[in-house]
Write a protein that binds this ligand. Sequence first.
Ligand code: SF4
Ligand code: SF4
Length: 249
Amino acid sequence: MSHAASTRVQEFIGDPFEKESPVSQEKLEEVFGDIQSDMRFDHELNGCLNCGICTATCPAAHYYDFSPREIVQLLWTENLDGIYDAMQEKIWACAQCYTCAARCPFGNSPGGLIMIMRETAIKHGMESAKNVLRPFSRVMLKLISTGNQLSPDMINPEHFADWGPNISKVDAPLKILRKAIPMATLNTTETAWEVNLKTSVELYTIWEETGVLDQLETVDENLFDVILDIMDEKREDWADWQEEQDDDD
Ligand code: SF4
Ligand code: SF4
């Protein structure tokens, strides 16, 4: 629809009728369909008074151009364009603290709805998801290869320069300190705790069966390939170990 003359207000805020969606109506419906069909959706969204209590208590809204009230309203009114648009940036501002869920008089969970939207953004390989997750590839690699996200030896002045002088408080003789911990699985500095081969292989099956690896492939194909190699290697090690046990019997 075109408008020959626009008002001063339209010039300032833009004309919503003029704005063309970057994707087709079918795509918008498909994305919303995926959000709506998530088994958590009806539990997290019961209606919306548009009261703004969620936004008033949201720490992310304090610092960013972000409002959980706005996101919930988009979902409640089924504003497909707005939902798609919010998925290009805004949904990634949420800190997932769930203060909003504790305060909403309708029992909604804006943070939970945002989590569904994030997962849908990943499923659809949206650029926003790729950009947000890219810095976490090192964490993903660590997680898949060791079963741990962070190891004690990663907390050092080199890696946490932004901690300033406080980093000296954790700059300690880690190897000695870790050896003093009573649980043997924690006597390591390369991993937070030791994950044995059997557990690693079981985790791979869980990640495969729940679609986590498919999602990873969608957002970062290179990392996915590296991780597949690691998984193959560990599965072979596990099979060899089992064979050795059979031979010993
Ligand atoms: S989600 Fe809840 S708290 Fe937020 S605006 Fe709607 S009714 Fe109010
Ligand atoms: S879960 Fe997200 S939307 Fe809710 S209060 Fe926390 S940061 Fe805000």
